[in-house]
Design a binder for this molecule. Sequence first.
Ligand code: MLT
Ligand code: ZN
Length: 456
Amino acid sequence: MRTPDVLLRRLADAVGFEHVLSDDTVTAGYTTDWTGRWHGPTTAVVRPGSTAEVSEVVRVCAAAGVGVVPQGGNTGLVGASVPVHGEVVLNLRRLNSIESVDSVGRTLAAQAGVTVATAQQAAADAGLMVGVDLAARESATLGGIVATNAGGLRVVRHGTTRAQVVGVEAVLADGAVLRRWTGLAKDNVGYDLVGLLTGSEGTLAVITKVLLRLAPRPVRVQVALVGVPSLDAALEVLSANVDAGHTVEAAEFFHGDGLALVRETLGLHRPLGADYPTYLLLELSNVSEDDVAAVLTGCTAVGDATIGPGPASRLWAYRESHTEAVSAAAASLGTPAVKVDVSVPLPRLQSFEDEVRAVVGARFSTVDVITYGHLAEGNSHVNLLGVPDTEAEDATDTVLRLVVDHGGSISAEHGVGRAKRRWLPLVRSAADVAAMQAVKRAFDPAGIFSPGVLLP
Ligand code: MLT
Ligand code: ZN
């Protein structure tokens, strides 16, 4: 038997024949990422149904010297969840049980393949909430958001995913199962391996279960969409609400050009009475509509605003549909958008975005720059439409160098993946990269997990 046949048979022994997919037509959905930019061949897609099966798959692959790419909902945007050189894709979606919700200790225990939306519903059923939310909630998995330390829409209130993770179970490179699972608020024993595995992008271990902190549900929630002349003005409006004692649950921004794409793609009405250069979407709690209106009326920067009860509000669609609208526009141009997720210090957000438009416009005259993002964290999603594939690296380089000039980060929330590995030295010193490489060697000496992701 040829080596791949032996490997496939061993994988089938581990998870069952029907859960080893090797036909190209079947594996295609697992080997191309959401953007369509990142794809590669796989030896097989393997769908284990338990931690023990994950462990066995890792052992089999390690013995065969074949790389393993852990995959959840495959909604990542930096190419970390798809293979490049024939690695086995370890898809975790069958690990889809919620094990328990503790409404006193406020935690949720679940397998890694549970979607964010399912976890949110389970938390809501117990009168609580998950502190992480993102537009991809129906497909993104808990293992995925932990592996990538996802940010999303509620970082201003709850912090990133890392702040919500109080326990993990993970399969290590030799197949051993690591479990840090006390869930205790105070547990100060040894290195923070939970924090380390969170955001490790599949390079250190395969996360199989997570224990998440839950938060109380906000009350008296208002959602406001505010038209303003600029990002600086949006920041002023945000500050005025903070100064008034309003609790900020979310603070998001987009611009007129992105709104036009969203309206065209989804057939939505104009949200305010006129068009504005920039829009701020605020979700506030512990306030009445009148409280919010009073603050907005006091801000000279506010052009117009609409306020309604939240958290579910039709106004969210104008912000959340940007990814889909950009993707639809890219599809009509026949080339994937170049997506560059970055953050800069708040006082420099306006100048950063102005310069991105100017510099990209000068370098690529036919490219559209659509930005939107998470205002409170200075997190701008820079989307370049119409960049030929051969120039995507160059375009990314142009944006990332500008980010560094503005004192920012080359990855705010999407991670490094394969997409930004090349630019790591722009923001991490040689000593820092060497320390990360030492951690990688300690966890995964043979380099079987997600080769080519994150580290040079
Ligand atoms: C968002 O905030 O909408 C997501 O991070 C996805 C994107 O960048 O398009
Ligand atoms: Zn985002």
